[in-house]
Design a protein around this ligand. Sequence first.
Ligand code: AGP
Length: 372
Amino acid sequence: SAAEKGGYDYFMLKEIAEQPKAVADTLLGRIDAAGSLSLDEVRIPASVLREVDKVVIVACGTAYHAGMIAKYAIEHWTRIPCETELASEFRYRDPILDQRTLVIAISQSGETMDTLMALRHAREQGARVLAICNTNGSTIPRESDAVLYTHAGPEVAVASTKAFLTQLVACYLVALYLGQVRGTKWGDEIVSVIHELSEIATQVDEVLETMEPVRELARSLAGKNTVLFLGRHVGYPVALEGALKLKELAYMHAEGFAAGELKHGPIALIEEDLPVVVVVPSPRGRSVLHDKIVSNIQEIRARGARTIVIAERGDTAVRPYADHLIEIPPTPVLLQPLVATVPLQVFACELATARGNEVDQPRNLAKSVTVE
Ligand code: AGP
């Protein structure tokens, strides 16, 4: 009913708008007064976490994209080797797991069969399993050694939005917590990132306030057949997520690429007026990556692409090459997906609406996939 949708036309719009609160709720009570993480609910003893020598993340769809981003954070802050794998592929390749492996299973519903089968396999091999889940008492957390709940609240729209942002927050918390428990050379950075995480809800809100031009752009592209998405580093999974949202909602051909792969094939796809969304890393800090992506943008634009650039506010270097510029607030490099994903959600939702599609219930899809 209209009341359930809180005055929005679709649950998806409501859930996009709820993201600042969802992010804040997922942080609530997990950062103590001294600015350290207290994750007592993760009932895996610190002594065990200190012995972990490998992290494996399993998930599907949007949750898998959160897991891909988590890999960057976990390896950077903890120096523990981490791999992220599609749950549906995981157990079939006979993965190497033992008591020192920490498996993280990410799932909004907690009922995704592929993810459940992956975690059962991991436990049979003696690995510890930590679930990151949004649904209290669902099967995946019940069968895991521990759970860190995301507090997105119920997500009704089939296309995941607020659950994704909170999965990211939970992943960062786990990564920072592992870093804190194990003590790494990044101690100071961990302290400052914990602080910056607490500012993120406000920044997501800022992004939401500036989405009208994105909606207008989406409507103008309703007649297109293909949209490509490019990103690098943590922007690469964001590009994949932008493409997934567009497939699910707008039923358009959409693909995400790592920008560095362009020259190895995908650049052949570029043609006159093809919309290409590019997620640009911050020009601060990792400036090498920034410069590389700016030259990628120049390359595709020279071949006729219509460039839709998501860049940090104040990034003047990229401006001359952006046919459409979507500005996002500055964040620490690893946290950028929390703000960069939001315009892509709005973009896909508006395109779907412009194409006359059913936003909350896309064709052929179910909210939770309980078959393998
Ligand atoms: C996201 O928009 C999708 N509908 C889908 O990819 C989803 O993220 C995937 O099926 C995993 O679901 P889960 O988080 O409930 O396990």
